[in-house]
Design a protein around this ligand. Structure first.
Ligand SMILES: [Fe+2]
Length: 542
């Protein structure tokens, strides 16, 4: 059975291909179109399909649109209701539903040869749930939280033998995702995009509005929750995009963040009981990208294991919708499901760009040497990552021991200076340095840095003594593990700074050409592209 999954309804359009129960390919449209998040989440954009990503998914498997048994579209327009009853005030929202109904025709136009009759509508939260619950082999409880789907913002359920039983949904207008989006907008950031910045800002503040938020945002005791209308302007002045960030902003972020954690923990506990106490909780939905809340659920919740889908945002519903139609669990072992190039293709690209390159005996050792000398490395290896995090395939790497690294990296990437940068660590050394969830191969939890290590890796230790860690396992990421081992040998530190390979406002680098463009336009010392090395000192005359 060949199922093409499509997310196109709100934001982060993406496509995924599942063939006979195997995830063959999955990628966000932004990596192809170079428009960050693919499109803005306005109703008018709902007609746009992830046509480049979908065409690539098919091509990569040697299939054409006519070879597909089913297309799974991650929104079911048949489930929607009158807008007023959902508290949706935008009258043009009806357009979104109209466009969703016509998705089969839009898809048939985008992918000539596709039979529109093969398009199936999968409920949005069922798609999110499947992206997590069908990605682990064991039975599990599943918790989905996002801004909104058709009529709800939440689903709690349980997967037994690959079958989902829904235990509870929370209908709109109550939404933890929209609460966080509203806060993001009030603080002058881009909503449906910059929520992770608010999470970082929260750690600088005191939750002095927490009592008020405990009244306004509360679990109902039956697995659901209430979010009252919030008069944000009465709490702090709205911040403009280029306005200064002050303590009030940080305190507001801290208050909402803390309340979000408390409510999510409550929902996780309810789900555990209602699901009959399974060992594993899986999570998806944009709110599950909140790695601070995830870490609290793992630490304080009742589950032995918490597994979060790395493409937890809407892009992951492309995969989830495809899995929901197949319904047998697949073990998700890597997020490297996007495009990749052969060594020959990479070499041809380097030649075409006339960049002086070498093929060292070990690209891992070459990169480690540059990093040990406090250089910055653009690390372009294998297939690109599905989901918002760079996990050692399209990464920008640096030395964690220099306190100034954070400023340099934020400068290279044009980011706000309050933003933390994250470490990757060899899994076997994790426990010596960090506390918390391990394995953590997808950077979806925060961890405490052990006090004796904080001064040794200041670049990756956030203001509150935490770090968002990626654990690197030799079995799944041998090349990254080899680079870390060599860096450890040279410096005594089994940790390297890992941020995404992009510059301000741009999607992550996907093609070799984009990697070379970034190398040419940012102060990066080494481009490690496949087995090839391009040194800045040799590429550009001083
Ligand atoms: Fe969603």
């Amino acid at each position: 059975m060949r199922v093409l999954g499509i997310n196109a309804i709100f934001h982060d359009p993406a496509a995924a291909l599942v063939v006979d129960g195997r995830v063959v390919a999955a990628a966000e449209e932004e990596r192809f179109s170079r428009r960050k998040h693919g499109k803005r989440p306005v109703p008018f954009a709902a007609w746009e399909q992830p046509e480049l990503a979908a065409a690539w998914c098919l091509r990569s498997a040697g299939l054409g649109p006519g070879d597909i048994d089913a297309v799974a579209y991650s929104f079911d327009p048949g489930l929607t209701r009158d807008l007023a009853t959902m508290g949706v005030t935008d009258p043009s929202d009806a357009m979104r539903v109209d466009y969703a109904r016509r998705a089969p025709q839009f898809l048939a136009t985008a992918l000539p040869g596709l039979d529109p009759e093969r398009v199936r509508f999968v409920p949005h939260h069922v798609a999110h749930a499947a992206s997590a619950g069908l990605s682990v082999p064991e039975d599990n409880a599943v918790l989905v939280l996002d801004g909104r789907g058709e009529v709800a913002s939440h689903l709690a359920g349980v997967y037994r033998g690959g079958e989902l039983t829904t235990l509870r949904t929370q209908e709109l207008p109550h939404s933890l995702g929209l609460l966080y989006e509203d806060l993001t907008r009030h603080l002058g950031f881009l909503h449906s995009s910059d929520e992770y910045k608010v999470m970082a800002l929260a750690s600088y503040g005191q939750p002095r509005f927490l009592d008020m938020f405990r009244e306004l945002v509360r679990p109902t005791g039956d697995g659901g929750f209430v979010v009252e209308r919030i008069d944000w302007a009465a709490l702090t002045k709205p911040r403009h995009a280029d306005g200064e960030i002050n303590d009030d902003h940080a305190d507001l972020a801290a208050s909402v963040q803390t309340r979000l954690e408390e409510v999510m923990l409550d929902l996780a506990r309810w789900t555990y009981d209602a699901a009959g106490g399974p060992k594993t909780l899986t999570m998806a939905g944009g709110t599950a990208l909140n790695c601070v809340a995830n870490a609290r659920i793992a630490a304080e919740g009742p589950f032995e294991r918490v597994w979060v889908q790395p493409a937890a945002g809407d892009s992951g519903t492309a995969l989830g919708a495809a899995l929901a139609l197949g319904s047998a669990p697949v073990e998700f072992t890597t997020a490297a499901l996007g495009r990749g190039w052969s060594d020959e293709e990479l070499e041809a690209e380097l030649r075409r760009a006339a960049l002086p390159y070498t093929r060292p005996e070990s690209i891992a050792a070459e990169a480690a040497r540059v990093l040990a000398g406090n250089g910055i490395v653009a690390w372009y290896q294998g297939r690109s990552e599905y989901g918002p995090r760079a996990l050692g395939h399209r990464s920008l790497l640096a030395h964690p021991g220099d306190a100034d690294t954070q400023r340099r990296m934020n400068d290279v990437k044009g980011r706000e200076q309050f933003r933390p940068i994250a470490p990757m660590v060899r899994a076997e050394r994790f426990a010596e340095i960090f506390e918390g969830v391990c394995p953590s191969p997808y950077m979806l939890f925060v961890h405490r840095v052990r006090p004796e290590w904080r001064d040794r890796i200041p670049a990756v230790t956030h203001v509150d003594g935490t770090a968002r860690v990626q654990t690197v396992h030799t079995e799944t990421e041998p090349l990254v593990a080899a680079m870390l081992a060599e860096f450890d040998r040279l410096t005594g530190l089994p940790v390297v700074v890992n941020t995404s390979l992009n510059t301000a406002g741009r999607p992550m680098v996907d093609t070799p050409r984009e990697a070379m463009e970034l190398f040419g336009s940012a102060p990066v010392d080494l481009l490690a592209m496949g087995p090839f090395a391009v040194h800045r000192t040799k590429a550009f005359a001083a």
